[in-house]
Design a protein around this ligand. Structure first.
Ligand code: 4AD
Ligand code: MG
Length: 481
């Protein structure tokens, strides 16, 4: 008999039919009721065993985590919270799970604990919901750009350049450290080497994206990117996924419009397609909120928060305006900011970003025109202001609970200005001649941005640690499998 997926029978009224389902045991109560999940839905289906007529030895093998195949009749359920159940005719154990050893018990586990068993946490309802939403968001992003005619570019993972010029790269090497001779002190003479060339894992596909945009007009990338920064926060990964659209004949204004439209589109998509998952996570979040001190609780539930993001225009202000707001405010009656903003030119700390978004405007905020010295070499240089301060046509989008979710800019398309800035910032101009060719031959205004995919998933799922929205997080001390 062909297997039926649980998601396809949960709402059926076609009772009396005989079906086969296969999945993993979540719970087994009173020697009679098995809750089975096959991953197709966050919901389980209840299977009722005729235990008087079933072999005891077989029933003993129905343990949490075991894989089973059940054939039976679909009937209306009288139980609370479920419409259907399956009356068992045949029950087969496909794979046993030793209850003494299986780490997932039929109870609520902490996210910290589940992080330690990342290879099994997919089997919990929470992670089923998170990764279904992650999938839906990825699909929505491709749909958004595809519908607009953007070309999806696969940019290289191994590259010789540092797109951000920040030196946060993992080196790639073909050296087998186990085979090269060791020095007396056990160290090896390490020379970065990719068949003779120095290379690293990409920090961003932007530079290659720019090359493609200057031919296709509009492209996007969506792939893994790597940052060798040793930051142990709830918002940083060493390996994360980034979406990077790049658009020719486009300025900063168009870039902001595109980013806001994309974010609203994908949030809308999740609301429309992941109702069950969002409802489950929302309930989970409310329980967590109850345990926090009253003044630390979020004012909005998850779905309201997502709708709120859709219903409001993002605030758009310059960095200089933001600094003025921050200088004139105190985060609350008594407390000053831990990091004071007294000088124009400093980068914003996450507490400043969160203050602007969560306390001051209470809306997503797009900050533009940052000081040139705290941004990357490729950003388009604005005319210096009346006091001679130099800014670039940058934009960062700040989201409630997240901070920076998008970073982007209009690009410097003027060859002389770009070269001059690269020299100033010690970027190897000669080695990047291929990049500068776009400015030599038919240069045109263009712009783009990078959306951090895990930060988007964090926002939509309401999870609070970035390690809980990527299957196998890569963070310092976390690369076991
Ligand atoms: O601001 P970033 O560094 O910008 C770039 O890489 C540009 N090349 C993008 C572009 O214009 N095409 O990174 C973009 C976004 C950030 O806003 C953040 O959401 C995410 O990528 N991000 C990270 N996410 C998780 N862990 C990290 N270590 C991240 N670093 C950046
Ligand atoms: Mg940034």
């Amino acid at each position: 008999m062909k297997r039926t997926k649980i998601k396809d029978i949960l709402n059926t009224t076609d009772f009396g039919q005989e079906i086969n389902i296969q999945g993993w045991v979540r719970t087994f109560r009173n020697n009679q009721f098995i809750a089975i999940n096959d991953g197709s839905s966050i919901n389980n289906v209840q299977v009722v065993v005729d235990f008087l007529n079933t072999d005891d030895a077989l029933l003993k093998r129905v343990t949490t985590g075991a894989a089973v195949s059940v054939t039976g009749t679909l009937v209306e359920s009288l139980g609370k919270g479920q419409r259907v159940e399956l009356k068992v005719k045949t029950l087969e154990i496909l794979g046993d799970s030793d209850p003494e050893k299986y780490p997932l018990q039929p109870k609520k586990h902490s996210l910290e604990f589940l992080r330690e068993i990342a290879h099994l946490r997919f089997r919990t309802t929470t992670f089923n919901a998170v990764f279904k939403i992650r999938h839906a968001l990825a699909f929505a992003i491709h749909k958004f750009f595809n519908d607009k005619g953007f070309v999806y570019m696969h940019t290289p993972i191994i590259t010789g350049s540092d797109a951000e010029g920040a030196g946060e790269m993992f080196r790639v090497s073909t050296i087998d450290f186990d085979k090269v001779p060791r020095n007396d002190d056990g160290t090896v003479n390490y020379k970065e080497d990719f068949f003779g060339k120095s290379t690293n894992l990409t920090v961003s596909g932007q530079l290659e994206g720019e090359l493609a945009a200057m031919a296709f007009g509009e492209i996007y990338t969506f792939g893994p990117t790597f940052r060798a920064e040793n930051s142990n926060t709830t918002r940083h990964l060493a390996e994360f996924w980034m979406i990077e659209p790049e658009m020719a004949f486009c300025n900063l204004q168009d870039n902001m419009d595109m980013a806001e439209e994309l974010l609203k589109y994908v949030v809308r998509y999740a609301l429309d397609h992941c109702g069950d998952e969002l409802e489950f996570l929302s309930t989970r979040l409310l329980e967590e909120e109850k345990q926090k001190p009253a003044n630390d609780r979020s004012e909005l539930d998850l779905v309201t928060k997502l709708n709120f993001c859709l219903d409001n225009d993002f605030v758009r202000i310059t960095y200089t305006e933001a600094i003025e707001i921050l200088k004139n405010s105190k985060p609350n009656q008594k407390k000053q900011f831990k990091y004071l903003i007294d000088e124009w030119g400093a980068d914003l700390q996450s507490e400043h970003e969160r203050f602007l978004v969560e306390k001051h405007f209470k809306k997503p905020v797009i900050l533009t025109d940052y000081p040139a010295d705290i941004k990357s070499f490729y950003m388009r240089q604005n005319e210096p202001d009346e006091t001679g301060r130099r800014t670039v046509a940058a934009m960062d989008i700040l989201f409630p609970g997240i901070g920076e979710i998008v970073g982007g800019s209009q690009r410097e398309e003027r060859l002389d200005k770009l070269e001059q800035r690269m020299y100033e910032m010690h970027i190897p101009v000669e080695e990047m001649s291929w990049f500068l060719d776009t400015r030599r031959f038919g240069s045109a205004p263009h712009a783009g941005f990078g959306l951090g995919f895990e930060r988007l998933v964090l926002f939509v799922t309401g999870m609070t640690n970035i390690r809980d929205v990527i299957a196998f997080p890569r963070t310092p001390n976390n690369a076991e499998f």
